[in-house]
Design a protein around this ligand. Sequence first.
Ligand SMILES: Cc1ncc(COP(=O)(O)O)c(C=O)c1O
Length: 391
Amino acid sequence: MTAEPTETRTIYLDHAATSFPKPDGVAEAMARAIGQASNAGRSGHQLALEGARILFRARRALGSLLGVADPRRVILTSGCTEALNTVIHGLDYPAGASIVTTDMEHNAVARPLRALETRLGVRIVTVSTDADGRLPPGALAAAVDETTRLVVVQQASNLTGVLQDLAQVRRECAGVPLLVDAAQSAGRVPIDVDGLGLDFVAVPGHKGLMGPGGIGALCLGVNAPLPDPLMQGGTGSNSEEDRQPELLPDRFEAGTPNVPGAAGLTEGIAWVLARGVEAIADHEQSLMAQFLEGLDALSGVRETGAADTTRRVAVASLVFEGLDPGEVAHHLERYHQILVRSGLHCAPWAHRKLGTFPRGSVRLSFGPTHSSQDVQTVLKALATLVKHGVA
Ligand SMILES: Cc1ncc(COP(=O)(O)O)c(C=O)c1O
């Protein structure tokens, strides 16, 4: 027997898909950009110059958040997926080349890797993570050899929030280009591209950076080999040439840029910087600790991540005994106004690894403005659900 829907505040637990709501200034900054700026880098008039300034501010904000000293090494993309594809498809792969990755990667990595395997015969070497989804010390080093042209590792899992140790990863593949998928970690834990000597870091603007969809970035390390761009086209620079300019960021930014998106992203990052990434990370960890402790007291539900909350962002994947993940998600929305995501979360590799393929799980992902009271409300709803089922 289930309760009838009651009037309660909606709790959005799908921050791993996209952060919501956005900070107040984001939509306003986008509206201002539409009203006060035109196509950046093309014309020389005041509206175009304002467009260029907006792009520069977004690059500078991303650089200061992610530890990239030179804003020209911050390439604006349509999102994390484009940034990952730019590197994976753009590097040089001689015959016999391999790419090393992990069994926890998202389809934004898995699919371009498979496409490259099919197109060029590049060998994909998948390193097994441990039971917690972390790379065991030495595992990456053992997989890297003279054929390795790229290592691709996510920083935080979109299923369990488990963080890899990027310093360890960097050490174990020293000398090989390293691409970090920071989709779930940017804005949620500190990242230092230059300090750690990372070559490529791909970030979305719409998750932890609190900006709008349709914009993200590829950060290039100081010594990163430059991939071929995915696209060629107008940049407003070197227009006498019919070849793509080499200069950064133009080499990678063909076509009209997303000026309103950049304005919104800068505002989102300003919000993150004002709170402080360390403070956001601490807050998420305490929410997770409280949530996992409460979950321990419930029977009939299992969490698939690591018990150690100090190396996780606030994402948890749950499996309910005898209940379908889709039904659980539907029930949580209908009866408790809790919004979650069920299924495979674009991560079939990770679900296989966690033993939750093909049904998937129910993912709860908290955000920076959730409170301990929200966690309690969610735990209460889960307790009701495991007691009464979804019928
Ligand atoms: C781990 C991971 N990588 C990559 C992506 C792709 O991000 P986007 O769809 O914003 O390009 C996601 C999106 O959920 C993700 O969770």
